[in-house]
Design a protein around this ligand. Sequence first.
Ligand SMILES: Cc1cc2nc3c(=O)[nH]c(=O)nc-3n(C[C@H](O)[C@H](O)[C@H](O)COP(=O)(O)O)c2cc1C
Length: 291
Amino acid sequence: MKTIDPAALGARTFYKHMTASVAPRPIAFASTIDAQGNVNLSPFSFFNYMGIDPPLLVFAPNRRGRDNTHKHTALNVREVPEVVINMVTYSMVEQMSLASAEFERGVDEFVKAGFTPLASERVRPPRVQESPAQFECKVLEVKEIGSMVLIIAEVVLAHFSETLFGEDGQIDQRRTDWVARLGTDFYARAAGEALFEVPRPQMGIGVDALPESVRTSRVLTGNDLGRLGSVLQLPEPAEVQVFGQTETLRELREEARHGCQYLPDLLHRHAQLLLAEGKVQEAWLTLLQLE
Ligand SMILES: Cc1cc2nc3c(=O)[nH]c(=O)nc-3n(C[C@H](O)[C@H](O)[C@H](O)COP(=O)(O)O)c2cc1C
């Protein structure tokens, strides 16, 4: 392990390690206005959903390293404490990146980056029409800590594109295509193959309760052990015995005998395939053949 003391390394260098490892981060595409009504639109990945009741979004412009000045967004929310946070999809990413360039104060990045402003209902800054999730927010607090300006905002009205919803009336994660920021110039796309589901755990038996042969398996991974440890109880011996008579189990024993293969490894590999298919009970019935 590389062990680093941030104070010894210096904040600017430590930042590179942190943005590459506290990642991927969602992106707040923040629309604000100044006291004269000039519109500003900029992305911020020091951002997250930080509270349920009230619904809070927090994001943080830092002071410019070059001259220690505040970013326009930070100045604007002090003048008009309102912001619209628009979520960014893959189809918006290049224009969003263009909007992050250091345009002069008063320059409207909706125009520069080619986005369509849409009037908000509860706040003055406009929404980004191209974004499928737009949050109208009142700024509750602006807190400066060192070079950072933490903006704490409450969502007072949210707009979601109809295209995001599944038949059950909930947002279907497979219908979204959010992008997130990592270190340097890397982005991630939360769609397709990158998405996977982990069932909510029960108060399972725990990895510590797994039989020794399973816990120390040279085939099963940490993810496999986690899934196995999340069952409420192990199958009964009678079930294990019945399962041992199935065709698949017989074939595996034959394979071990004729192919001179190590039966525990074969069974563990088979259990691993079952786990990958979400068949935890069958995986257990397979593994317990050895006990
Ligand atoms: C994806 C992305 C994420 C960014 N995240 C941040 C951030 O969290 N904080 C920050 O100060 N700047 C961030 N930036 C840079 C700002 O967007 C950039 O400095 C912008 O010019 C600020 O605009 P403003 O001065 O009009 O507010 C990010 C840029 C990109 C492209």
